[in-house]
Design a protein around this ligand. Structure first.
Ligand code: AMP
Length: 396
């Protein structure tokens, strides 16, 4: 079976053609600078082939056409015809309260994604453009929407409601939604498999990347997560502030004379570890800076680990216990010192890291000692595989 997985952003479109059963990736790539000029980066992993093509991409339709063309290309192609593609799975950012699971894309589904634009104003329009471009390029091909918010829809009201006047929830659906749901689902499912699929389990997933989010997963269901109405909430991230007192927004707007949109842009793009370190959002740069004696980089790393550890503590309280702590995404899978520092706050809970086992990057591993009360794992995430599996399941 061959599933095309699409993740469409406002000026970019990532794709992978993959087997949902084996996870084999036949081809993958990125269209970038859509609506600016246009560039296709394409890879065929099995053959070690790479191709970069500059070409005009005024809209997502031209980008998808470029992907279709290269997938059947004589040299860089992996299929004879796009008929060999069984179905298409799309990553969609915001499913609002309507989507608790992935769904086949039809007119009603597209309208529901459109209805969620006020909740995901940057991403949902781009996701729709990707869907409509695929409809145009491959009419009649089954398509599935996989929502970043869906996994978190099992949260109870005490976790998802904000303590603000009820009308904003009742009239406008303002609440905690959470994001990275496909990753939290993939990784917590794998953690439960490793634990032997017990009937009862308490798992915390730390998805630590450029964007970071935490989730508390009880008996396979999400009961709390750190991102909120938008991905700005939670732990400090590469460029996002994470949780912040709303009065800080008021203070900065008054001081700088800027609009609320400009202030939020600053909190999304110029804050987080980038702000604390005075310039570095990439964790490899922060570690290099710290090793060269840069105190700002050191502070950024200290703050990040401290806030992640505090979330682990609060989610352990939320679930009244913890069986398994999981690290995933770029920093979670690769940041050896970061994992060790986060876990050093958690020794009171009986968490003990084995330094030798923790010396691992990018692969599944148990990193806690045999006598640790809580098992700690590194589990690489694979959102594309999860999207491909949902798509295959719904298109059976
Ligand atoms: P992601 O958003 O999941 O792609 O993660 C990107 C983040 O992972 C960046 O901040 C990278 O610096 C970080 N990362 C990747 N490799 C390493 C590494 N070897 N050590 C520390 N951080 C890493």
């Amino acid at each position: 079976m061959k599933i095309l997985v699409i993740n469409a952003g406002s000026s970019s479109l990532k794709y992978q053609l993959m087997d949902p059963n084996s996870g084999e990736v036949f081809a993958q790539g990125l269209c970038e600078r859509i609506a600016i000029d246009g560039r296709l980066n394409h890879k065929v992993p099995a053959k070690g082939l790479k191709e970069v093509r500059d070409m005009p991409m005024p809209t997502h339709a031209e980008a998808i056409q470029a992907v279709m063309d290269i997938l059947v290309d004589e040299t860089f192609g992996v299929v004879k015809s796009t008929d060999e593609i069984d179905a298409i799975g799309h990553r969609v950012l915001h499913g609002g309260m309507k989507f608790v699971a992935s769904c086949i894309i039809d007119e009603a589904c597209k309208q529901a994604i459109r209805d969620c634009i006020p909740l995901g104003p940057l991403h949902n329009p781009a996701n729709l453009m990707g869907i409509e471009a695929c409809e145009k390029a491959m009419p009649g091909k089954p398509q599935v929407a996989v929502f970043d918010t869906a996994f978190h829809m099992t949260m109870p009201p005490k976790a998802y409601r904000y303590a603000i006047p009820a009308k904003y929830f009742e009239e406008d659906s303002l609440r905690r939604y959470g994001f990275h749901g496909t990753s939290h689902r993939f990784v917590s499912k794998r953690a439960n498999e490793i634990l032997g699929n017990p009937e009862e389990s308490k798992v915390i997933v730390c998805h630590l990347g450029n964007g970071s989010s935490m989730s508390a997963v009880m008996n396979g269901k999400c009961v709390d997560t750190s991102m909120g109405l938008s991905p700005l909430a939670g732990v400090p991230m590469g460029t996002r502030s994470g949780d912040i007192d709303a009065c800080v927004v008021q203070f900065i707007m008054n001081k700088e004379g800027i609009s609320v949109d400009d202030c939020l842009n600053m909190l999304n793009k110029q804050s987080g570890v980038k702000a604390l370190s005075k310039g570095f959002s990439d964790f490899r740069d922060l570690e290099a800076g710290q090793n060269n004696g840069d105190e700002n980089c050191a502070l950024a790393l200290r703050k990040f680990c401290y806030e992640v550890a505090k979330y682990v503590g609060s989610y352990t309280a939320a679930m009244n216990g913890l069986d398994c702590l999981v690290f995933t995404a770029g920093v979670g899978e690769n940041g050896i010192d970061t994992r060790a520092e986060i876990c050093s706050y958690l020794e009171f809970m009986g968490i003990k890291i084995d330094n030798e086992r923790n010396h691992v990057r990018g692969k599944e591993a148990l990193i806690s000692t045999d006598d640790s009360k809580v098992k700690v794992y590194v589990i690489p995430t694979n959102e594309e595989l999860m999207i491909a599996q949902d798509t295959a399941e719904l298109c059976k």
